[in-house]
Design a protein around this ligand. Sequence first.
Ligand SMILES: Nc1ncnc2c1ncn2[C@@H]1O[C@H](COP(=O)(O)OP(=O)(O)OP(=O)(O)O)[C@@H](O)[C@H]1O
Ligand SMILES: [Mg+2]
Length: 339
Amino acid sequence: MARRGTTADLAVDLGTSNTRIVARGGGVVHEAPTAVATRPGVKGSEVVAVGKPARRMLGRTPDEIKVIRPVRGGVIADFDATELLLRHLFRAVGTRSLRKPRVLVCVPTGTTEVERRAVQECVRAAGAREVLLAATGMAAAIGADIPVMEPSGSLIVDIGGGRTDIAIVSLGGLVVRRSIQVAGSAFDEALVRWVRQNHALLVGDATAEAMKLRIGAAARVEPERTMRVRGRDLPTGAPREVDLTSFDMAEALHDHVDRIRKTVIDALREAPPEIAADIHDRGLVLAGGGGALPYLDRVLSDATGLPVLQPDQPERCVALGGAVLLEDAALFERVAQAQ
Ligand SMILES: Nc1ncnc2c1ncn2[C@@H]1O[C@H](COP(=O)(O)OP(=O)(O)OP(=O)(O)O)[C@@H](O)[C@H]1O
Ligand SMILES: [Mg+2]
């Protein structure tokens, strides 16, 4: 637990797709894909690459190299690889003091006590002196400039790579929270499946993500955009190309988008009436990289009747909120209980 009036040196948003770190007083968000490439060495496995270069190797490695994405669905799945990644990033960020840093880590809502302790242990093993935890939903709200301490409710929906976190905040607490493991990576997997089923073509995860970024769509909205995609023909095994459109993407992503839509509506239904009225005035804040999927804002706005606001740097909200908490020990103390 933090001592009164103290806060951490570094804030970490350990995301499924990207890890972001901010140092106190630095203001810059350092980010790297949450990926580590290893190969067997004399003393256990040795690191080949971390972050961006590791991510580029995905799906392209010889047998002896393994690319690990150590966080799944917002939760650490591979502790050794996460420790390696964080150790590398801590070094890259550098801290002013010679002492080991105190580190604030944002963890998704619904993280169990066992998982929270595991995060703390892992971050300590990576070089932290002490590990403080904050809820990602709260950090995202702060990073999106929501006045979280006011007696007024705000709704934030953070759609990342592994998780969609929905939080309604008021008076420094989380009034309603929902978290589902449907987000950017699930979108990519759905696209791989759709292309396989509809075109008997196998595309890799990286290609699926590229499709999503180029022609992705949460709904069929004109103009229809097209992209040529290359994969492996399933019957013959030969390389083959196919033209896909944004309407195809909307069809492939329909079930996931619908699940997110329903979860947001559920969260709103759970909000006390006064808070529902506040949200009606303020709208829904859409954060996270996955939230940038074209027309998702429109789907959520149509479903809820609320205006949807997108912060300037939606995928950085959690890290930016973490940065605010590093500077403001009093605020950290007041929101630390929110889980
Ligand atoms: N313009 C875009 N359209 C659709 N998806 C996008 C866009 N930009 C980024 N993404 C997706 O956003 C996801 C990454 O978002 P983000 O960095 O917020 O996730 P994360 O914080 O690492 O994950 P999580 O919070 O779920 O653990 C990836 O799946 C990426 O493909
Ligand atoms: Mg995130």
